[in-house]
Design a protein around this ligand. Structure first.
Ligand code: BGP
Length: 484
């Protein structure tokens, strides 16, 4: 690559960290909160790692002041968190729960007092159980009105104090995990239902954006997408085509709808041929086209590498090692069950021989981050907010109270440099939220897989004292933010 002097991050760049309600709050049934689908699902035996759940999580609900205090000590400029819908409207579409409104109101005030920009996610996977029961959750159009009612309540309560809003977190992940693999609620394995629910979420996303623009005209809103660049394993045009197909199925299928109000032709045709395409009315298309996000949230962990499918091309033999993981939500083929992925004859997911992996087998690919930012920006021309990026690892609390997570520092540093290269290339980036601020509950990996700058003294079967202990990466990020 030719030599380029790196552009400086702008003064108002939002150096942040992120979290999600179910993964940190706890207090699952306190102060009027109703149960969400995760409260129910995590209690089905065998569904989560060692039966872990978010009943207590890291008790952020009771310790938010201590947590914000640590954020301030770190010099954080932004904090992304999600609102639990069933704390605001416990039964999904009935009365607003004032105690719920108050909790986030206090959190926002605490953040603002410390000059930390709140970034709110409206939906990080936890629809009220009541809406699931009453409307079949995202499978029914009626849920859109309920979602709008919840949005209206929080835009009204916090609109004047919060400038950045995320509609849906990783729609690609929660629909696939929830409806294809049954590894998330609502525990379904039916791709026709998955594509139908996904379409309803698209409509809800568009309605939320339009409502926001009416109610909070000067601030910004957009979805957060779990993006992975698609690489072909070789220069064989058949592999290149496979990677193109994967890109369409894994990325464009959502991003085109968010940014252009239209499903990509190839995937739509394929789904129609398979008889699993969603029903899209004329009115739907009008709505999707009318909603314009102000920015795109990108969650980046890793990409995917693809080869021509072995069923379609048996002559090729199986040269490349297939990728299979039961707990990686970014994998199109987490289980070797072709029946559940009738779309995938168009591509096979394989290991990338050039990349190292995390303890959980996720590829570590900082350059893929630059590729991500450039591809997405060039294609959709929207400012990008990096809403998640980070390393899950088994951290060790040493006898002297130190957590030496140099590997996390290395991970973040290499990714941030690639982000700076993308910025230098010309990508408009608003901020970077590392996943996560404190350690928290990993949906399917319990409390063992840690991401935080702050260690939480608990494990899967023992809540211990939930003490907050800054890791080495905490001080590294603090110094990094100061310098930048
Ligand atoms: C993203 C989610 C986060 C978080 C992260 C790490 O998909 O938006 O909520 O969980 O992935 O995933 P995991 O905990 O499975 O390692």
């Amino acid at each position: 690559m030719y030599y380029q002097k790196l552009k400086k991050f702008p003064k108002n760049f939002l150096w942040g960290a992120a979290s999600a309600a179910y993964q940190i709050e706890g207090a699952w049934n306190e102060d009027g909160k109703g149960p969400s689908i995760w409260d129910t699902f995590s209690k089905i035996p065998g569904k989560t790692f060692h039966g872990t759940n978010g009943d207590v999580a890291v008790d952020h609900y009771h310790r938010y002041k201590e947590d914000v205090d640590l954020m301030a000590k770190m010099g954080l400029k932004a904090y992304r968190f999600s609102i639990s819908w069933s704390r605001i409207i416990p039964d999904g579409d009935g009365e607003v729960n004032q105690a719920g409104i108050e909790f986030y109101s206090n959190l926002i005030d605490e953040l603002r007092k410390n000059k930390i920009e709140p970034i709110i996610t409206l939906y990080h996977w936890d629809i009220p159980q009541a809406s699931q029961d009453k409307y079949h959750g995202w499978e029914s159009r009626e849920v859109i009105e309920a979602f709008k009612k919840y949005c209206r309540a929080v835009f009204e309560a916090y609109g004047s104090r919060v400038r950045y809003w995320v509609t849906f977190n990783e729609q690609n992940v929660f629909t696939a995990m929830g409806y294809r693999w049954a590894s998330h609620p609502p525990n379904v394995t039916d791709i026709k239902r998955m594509y139908a629910a996904n379409h309803i979420v698209n409509l809800a996303n568009a309605e939320a954006i339009n409502l926001f623009h009416q109610m909070v005209p000067n601030d910004q809103i957009g979805p957060s997408f779990g993006y992975g660049p698609a690489y072909p394993i070789t220069a064989d045009p058949k592999d290149v085509l496979a990677a193109d197909n994967a890109d369409d199925f894994n990325n464009n299928w959502w991003l085109d709808v968010y940014c252009r109000g239209k499903y990509p032709t190839l995937v739509m045709n394929h789904l129609k041929n398979l008889g699993v395409a969603p029903t899209v009315t004329f009115e739907d298309t009008k709505l999707l086209k009318s909603a314009k996000p102000d920015f795109l949230g990108i969650n980046y962990y890793h990409g995917g590498t693809f080869q021509q499918n072995q069923i379609e091309h048996p002559d090729k033999g199986n040269q490349h090692e297939k990728k299979i993981s039961k707990t990686d939500p970014y994998l199109m083929q987490p289980k070797d069950a072709q029946a559940q992925t009738p779309e995938t004859p168009m591509f096979d997911s394989v290991q990338n021989p050039y990349l190292d992996k995390t303890q959980w087998g996720w590829e570590i690919d900082p350059i893929g981050f630059r590729i991500t930012l450039r591809r997405v920006y060039e294609k959709y021309q929207l400012p990008i907010m990096v809403t998640e990026n980070g390393l899950g690892a088994q951290d060790k609390l040493e006898a002297n109270g130190v957590i030496n997570d140099q590997y996390r520092i290395d991970y973040l540093q290499t990714h941030i440099i690639e982000m700076q290269r993308a910025l230098t290339d010309g990508v408009d980036i608003l901020g970077y939220c590392a996943w996560s601020f404190t350690d928290l509950l990993s949906w399917l990996n319990g409390y063992k897989k840690r991401y935080g700058f702050v260690y939480i003294n608990r494990n899967d079967d023992d809540q211990k004292d939930l003490a907050r202990i800054p890791k080495k990466s905490f001080y590294w990020y603090r110094d990094f933010i100061r310098k930048n």
